[in-house]
Design a binder for this molecule. Structure first.
Ligand SMILES: [Zn+2]
Length: 640
């Protein structure tokens, strides 16, 4: 799914400064990175990022760690001072902000350094030290929210009027904290919740260990006699192959391996759901969904609109699947293992170097205007990217934009195919979002919500796809890009909304007091697959053996993350349409949305940019796009 880290480590935005407990439970989005492209070319070390922009040496990092640790310890000295005066409140929040800012920079360096080569133990130790520091900061500031609530809205308002820097940097944070009054506990209880943070993160760790390392995996023999050990990346490679028996074999064996752990996987996910439920209850939320949506102040109506509109749009997905069946030449039933082979094969698969990717991305993003493009050119010219795959390097792709005083960094695993090009445009969309927000906002309001983040990146992918279709040299190439564009919508939208429905359903099952077993989850997942893939409509036959797919999806451990990916994609479709139709005014609204960073609630920021995410508009814009792509394929096919 997502390829991004988006605002990694800043996912709590301002909240990271003080709403410690919320942040402890918020997810660093690094886990949303995609599985690596399989079969990338050999290593290259020259196209690598320059981490000395963060710290000149490992020793400089150590020095800063020691200083920041000491500064974190001193933060409790501000306890009890916030009510004294507006200036005293500003001094305390400023000191906390400064510690947090450096703690994040330390964590960014540790994370990036570690991802350069995961085999180096000292890198992992540094990462652990940076995490410990962040936990320490959270503990040392757990008193802040309760103290602000004791001071009360009236006095806080008076302070804000009296002190301009306090208002400008921390006004939104103060509002947000006051809003959380019904869900904020006393200092002692807040501290307990902060301490519980790492314990509540364990189901994800356990799942990852099973999923990525310890699940016993079978070796299969393909029709050409090749033996393949069915790791997760291998499964994701062989499920796409043209040979139907081979991809069915990959499905059967991979899910057969998971079937033996259905109970374990179910218990793991149930424990995660219980943890979400625990936090929600402790904070006096009616449901885990409400608890997850609270930091963004997201109205329930957004989730409901997304699900309603997507269910209403299933005929569009079914139209695509019927076309897929026809194009793949399947004469019996379409199966779940027929989802992944490309719609069109081309003789010479197009290849894109990094220089090609830069040039094409700049051309495809022309609609964003010169300011955006010149900033992008500048980014391209500097050493912000770690481009090629090599032994030991982290898989997938992400943008890390949390080092406010430095610049974004991008980790790619570029292997030259169209997906690599698309990932390139995607991650640079996040980087541009970060640059625009950081230029326009102080540190305390720069970190943006996931809910907006993916509009900036998926929008880029859509503009790129349109550009590739338009500039394709041959009819075959055109069809190839159209097919890739449609499949992206299935995977990044329909699949994510289906995941969202599943995620809500398992939470509701627990909240209704029913037992959550692996078998029960499989049954629920089967129901969703049947609905989405149109079994009753005769579109696809769902094999119960594959209804265990929930077991390997890491995103169910990210506390209602997936639906934001889908809404963002709809937002991206809405804005790219508007910009192409309207030009400059729509472009400015969109760029201002990016510049706004985390200065307000994401739903309100979208609204200010001209789109209400609780209405059908953005979802229908995305479906119109999908139908346009389908129309284009059918028109080209008709010419054949
Ligand atoms: Zn992304």
């Amino acid at each position: 799914m997502g390829r991004t880290v988006g605002n990694k480590l800043l996912s709590c935005g301002t909240a990271a400064v003080v709403l410690a407990a919320f942040c402890m439970l918020a997810r660093a989005q690094s886990a949303a990175a995609t599985v690596p492209p399989v079969g990338g070319q050999g290593a290259a070390t020259d196209v690598s990022w320059d981490l000395t922009d963060l710290y000149s040496s490992a020793a400089a990092w150590d020095d800063s760690l020691a200083r920041t640790r000491a500064a974190a310890e001193r933060l409790t000295s501000y306890q009890g001072t916030l009510a004294k005066s507006a200036a005293a409140m500003f001094t305390a929040l400023d000191a906390i902000s400064a510690v947090n800012r450096e703690a994040i920079r330390l964590a960014v360096y540790a994370g990036l350094k570690s991802d350069e080569d995961l085999r180096i133990a000292s890198n992992l130790e540094r990462k652990q030290q940076a995490q410990d520091l962040q936990t320490r900061v959270a503990e040392k500031t757990a008193w802040v929210a309760p103290e602000i609530l004791t001071i009360g809205a009236k006095t806080v308002h008076r302070f804000r009027v009296a002190n301009r820097p306090l208002n400008e940097r921390f006004g939104f944070f103060l509002d947000n904290t006051l809003r959380s009054a019904p869900h904020t506990l006393g200092a002692e209880a807040e501290n307990v919740l902060a301490l519980a943070g790492s314990l509540l993160a364990q189901p994800d760790t356990l799942h990852s260990q099973l999923d990525n390392a310890e699940l016993p995996l079978p070796t299969i023999t393909l029709s050409d006699g090749t033996s393949v050990r069915l790791t997760k990346p291998a499964y994701e490679k062989y499920r796409q192959v043209a040979n139907r028996a081979d991809r069915k074999l990959a499905f059967d064996e991979y899910w057969g391996a998971w079937k033996k752990f259905e109970g374990t996987a179910g218990s793991l996910l149930a424990t995660q759901v219980m943890g979400d439920h625990f936090t929600a209850q402790a904070r006096k939320f009616a449901t885990a969904l409400q608890s997850a949506q609270f930091p963004d102040n997201m109205p329930d109506s957004v989730y409901r609109s997304l699900v309603r509109e997507t269910n209403a749009a299933l005929p569009t997905l079914h139209r695509y699947l019927r076309l897929r069946k026809r194009l793949l030449g399947i004469t019996d039933d379409l199966h779940y293992y027929d989802n992944y082979p490309p719609l069109f094969h081309i003789e010479h698969v197009p290849q894109f170097s990094v220089e090609d990717s830069k040039r094409i991305t700049l051309e495809a993003l022309q609609p964003f205007g010169e300011d955006y493009l010149s900033l992008l050119r500048k980014g391209f010219s500097l050493r912000w990217m770690n481009v090629y795959p090599h032994e030991g390097k982290a898989s997938g792709a992400y943008m890390s934009g949390s080092a406010y005083d430095v610049h974004p960094y991008l980790l790619l695993n570029h292997n030259g195919d169209y997906e690599s090009l698309s990932t390139f445009a995607h991650e640079w969309g996040h980087a541009m979002h970060t640059l625009l927000a950081d230029h326009a906002q102080p540190f305390d309001k720069a970190g943006y919500s996931t809910f907006i983040a993916e509009s900036a990146s998926l929008g880029n992918e859509m503009l790129l796809n349109d550009y590739m279709v338009e500039h394709a040299a041959t009819r075959e190439d055109k069809l190839y890009y159209l097919g890739a564009g449609i499949e992206r919508i299935r995977q990044a939208y329909f699949r994510q909304v289906m995941f969202s429905e599943f995620e809500l359903a398992i939470h509701e099952e627990l909240e209704a007091g029913r037992a959550l077993s692996g078998a029960r989850m499989t049954e629920m997942y089967c129901g969703l697959l049947r609905k989405y893939y149109g079994e009753a409509e005769g579109v696809m036959k769902i094999d119960p053996a594959y209804c265990l797919e929930w077991a390997y999806v890491p995103h169910f451990y990210y506390n209602f993350y997936v639906y934001q990916y889908a809404t963002s994609m709809a937002g991206g479709a809405f804005f790219t349409d508007a910009i192409l139709k309207e030009g400059a005014p729509a472009r400015e609204r969109f760029l201002n949305l990016l510049r706004a960073g985390g200065s307000d609630y994401p739903y309100d920021l979208y609204k200010r940019a001209g789109v209400d995410m609780a209405t059908p508009g953005p979802y229908r814009a995305l479906m119109a796009r999908m139908n346009r792509l389908l129309d284009a394929i059918e028109a080209l096919e008709a010419q054949r």
